[in-house]
Design a protein around this ligand. Structure first.
Ligand code: FHN
Length: 435
């Protein structure tokens, strides 16, 4: 059972992921140092001189608030180990380098002021460290020094910036939980911030030790942490709360000049799909090296924000929908006795027929216009009449169906295609074939 103090997270449903750091200067994503095997000294020199002259945390927070985001997660340190805060454990940071600014403090204060919950991303991986690329047994002192650095920096972030709502670890590979002592660190983090939500990137399959098998793709532990983190895919975790992270461009998380932007409709689809399956969406943006959020993102995010202003009740605070088959039309979310029909495809017919629901409906409201629609409960189906032929929303129209109790599907409609008891469909077969 999720603690009351953490219930805000699944109710929020929509978070902003921010991948930002000196790698933005290259305009080829957040992993350019490794992916292009850049000279480490050149990269470091360029990073130390990186100065985002137009960085304005309040402007970022406004984009997030206008976009309907309820929380955000900023990369305080990515795999290149440059720190966006005034850390005393490394001089490779934004206070001692060109910005002369604690960028994390600016972010935390501005987002809180804008009413958002604040999250911090932290990379275990440090691509500038030989110990990171080594088997710890080869030089335990060096390994312990690296491990202790991560623990000390995490403690700093959870001590010097007030209440932190989410901590988003990443990059455990190639070292497993035992080497990082991640459970020891989690224990300390809960002492410092009892209500904090910590993700599951706390373990890794390691080439240095025998496989344990309790870890998925990006060091996603099946057992550790408070929430699952499916990446680039939306897959429900039936055992605990989860959050799918997705890019707003085709592939890269950090700023990438010339990258392709996903349309607002596709991003909203991710949010509706995650919500319909009972999870959150953490949608990413990679700010420019000068500190500004790309206009392409602001435009798309604002469109989704406008949609959420009218249809937000179909997302925020809802629970897993998916009560009946709805693939040919869209997604479903649930809130108590109300079922939200989120139309990815508006068929434009005057009447909607829902055959799968056993619970009679009391009312239907087209949220996009606020108009009430006529409902008829017949033996074979629920009919919703008066549907506008013209799509009533530039993105996804939503109908709220209200019931006297939480709606249930008919027995035969509980399963999904290819995954149900086929015998339940026998009565559906039309015996009198006109052959
Ligand atoms: O290597 C990182 C990657 O750069 C990015 O930060 C994503 C975001 O979830 N996580 C890792 C890949 O799984």
């Amino acid at each position: 059972m999720l603690d009351e103090n953490k219930r805000w997270f699944p109710e929020a449903r929509y978070g902003l992921f921010i991948h930002w750091g000196p790698y933005a200067q290259y305009g080829r994503g957040e992993q350019v140092l490794f992916r292009e095997h850049l000279d480490q000294a050149d990269y470091e020199a360029r990073a130390r001189s990186w100065n985002p002259e137009f960085f304005d945390a309040k402007a970022w927070a406004k984009v997030a608030a206008d976009g309907g985001f309820k929380y955000a997660v900023l990369t305080t340190r990515h795999h290149d180990s440059y720190a966006l805060w005034d850390t005393k454990y490394s001089n490779y940071n934004s206070m001692q380098c060109a910005p002369k600014c604690d960028l994390v403090r600016e972010y935390v204060e501005a987002f809180r002021e804008a009413g958002l919950r604040v999250g911090l991303y932290y990379s275990w991986a440090d691509w500038t460290s030989k110990a990171y690329w080594s088997n710890p047994d080869d030089d335990l002192d060096a390994w312990n020094k690296l491990r202790d650095m991560t623990h000390n920096q995490v403690e700093e972030l959870l001590t010097n910036y007030g209440k932190i709502d989410v901590f988003w670890f990443d990059g455990t590979w190639p070292h497993p939980a035992a080497r990082w002592d991640s459970s020891g660190l989690v224990k300390r983090m809960r002492e410092l911030q009892p209500d904090i939500l910590i993700n599951n990137r706390l373990d890794a399959e390691s080439p240095f030790t025998a496989a344990q098998g309790a870890v998925e793709f990006a060091g996603e532990s099946k057992t550790m942490g408070d929430f699952g983190t499916p990446e680039h895919h939306i897959t429900a975790d039936n055992d605990r709360i989860w959050e799918s992270c997705q890019t707003s461009t085709w592939r890269l998380w950090g700023y990438a000049r010339g990258e392709h932007w996903r349309p607002a409709g596709l991003m909203l689809d991710y949010l509706c799909q995650a919500s319909s399956q009972g999870g959150n969406l953490l949608l990413n943006v990679g700010p420019q090296p000068d500190g500004r959020i790309p206009a392409e993102f602001i435009d798309r995010s604002a469109k989704i924000g406008e949609w959420l202003k009218v249809h937000g009740e179909a997302i925020y605070g809802t629970t897993r929908g998916d009560i009946t088959e709805f693939t040919t039309k869209g997604w479903q979310t649930l809130r108590g006795n109300s079922l939200y029909l989120i139309y990815r495809f508006w068929h434009g017919e005057e009447c909607e027929r829902i055959a799968e629901l056993a619970t009679p409906a009391k009312a239907a409201t087209l949220l996009s216009t606020g108009q009430s629609l006529k409902v008829e409960n017949r033996d074979d189906a629920i009919y919703i009449k008066g549907m506008p032929r013209v799509k009533p929303s530039s993105l996804f129209p939503v109908i709220r169906l209200d019931f006297g109790e939480p709606p249930k599907a008919k027995e035969w409609a509980k399963g999904r295609l290819w995954n149900l008891d086929p015998r339940l469909m026998q009565p559906w077969v039309n015996e009198i074939k006109s052959d």
